[in-house]
Design a protein. Structure first.
Length: 285
């Protein structure tokens, strides 16, 4: 759909490069289920659940394509990212015009389905808020992804809080006096913050000199401290949920284990973490 000429093999390869722009493998297992959890809590019918899945597949994919679109110059300067081929646009395998068309298609599908599915304005509103932050996160001259602490909070909002609330309201859920869904949405916002912190810790050396992330600005050791603080906050919110709503011992224990294990397991540079632990152990004595 984004080619003009060439044989069928060339066309197929070109379409494959545009599919790579979606970077589905990077988010399908982690971010895609979050709006579905909101829809399940509504509760949603199977048709609505599938529809919410399609909407946020397009929304999240749009966010990653936008990120590639506006990160071309940065990625070109980062030879490691060029070698990995994370951004087909920076390597010239796709065009800006084709990428822009891809973004428009993803937006059109997501917004049209949200308007059809949502029983009220809230579902569309939270979907649009997610789209807006995904755009502002990467767009030139704003680039929330390079603003101190704002990058972390924005990531939590656009991948955690708003998707949960969008899924819930698209499925017909009522937010009025609904404390449990607000607490659950807040928990996923914190998890979204954690996911970016782990990413920034993993990419710390690559980002130095190329990108002004929060972890780059505070340093790797303080980045670990910040991550540990956010993990504690997520556990506190979970305990607040358990205080008001009985989720059962098994689910409670599994959730605590996940909140502790996920961020530290996904961080590759654990030697620095041991240094942080040793430092604060000395202070505690």
């Amino acid at each position: 759909m984004f080619f003009r000429s060439g044989d069928s093999r060339d066309k197929g390869n070109l379409n494959l490069e545009y599919l790579k722009m979606l970077r589905v493998r990077e988010w399908i297992k982690f971010f895609a289920p979050i709006p579905l959890i909101g829809a399940i809590l509504a509760p949603a019918t199977p048709f609505v659940l599938i529809s919410v899945g399609v909407i946020f597949f397009c929304v999240i994919a749009f966010g990653f394509v936008v990120n590639n679109y506006f990160d071309v110059e940065i990625d070109l300067r980062n030879t490691k990212k060029v070698r990995r081929g994370n951004n087909p646009l920076s390597s010239g395998r796709v065009t800006k015009r084709g990428t822009f068309a891809l973004m428009c298609v993803l937006l059109a599908i997501a917004i049209a389905l949200a308007c059809v599915l949502s029983p009220g304005i809230n579902g569309v509103l939270f979907t649009l808020l997610s789209i807006s932050l995904l755009t502002l996160y990467s767009v030139n001259h704003i680039r929330l992804k390079e603003r101190f602490i704002v990058d972390i909070l924005t990531h939590g909002l656009m991948f955690g809080l708003f998707p949960v609330l969008a899924g819930f309201t698209l499925a017909g859920g009522d937010l009025n006096l609904n404390t449990h869904i607000l607490l659950i949405a807040a928990l996923f916002m914190i998890i979204g913050c954690e996911s970016l912190l782990t990413h920034q810790i993993n990419d710390y050396e690559e980002d130095l000199g190329y990108s002004s992330t929060t972890v780059v600005k505070v340093g790797l050791k303080k980045g670990w401290v910040l991550l540990a603080s956010v993990v504690l906050l997520s556990i506190a919110i979970l305990e607040l949920i358990v205080h008001y709503f009985d989720i059962g011992l098994v689910l409670h224990s599994a959730a605590v284990a996940y909140l502790i294990a996920y961020p530290f397991y996904t961080c590759r540079n654990r030697n620095e973490l041991q240094g942080v632990i040793n430092t604060y152990s000395v202070y505690a004595q």
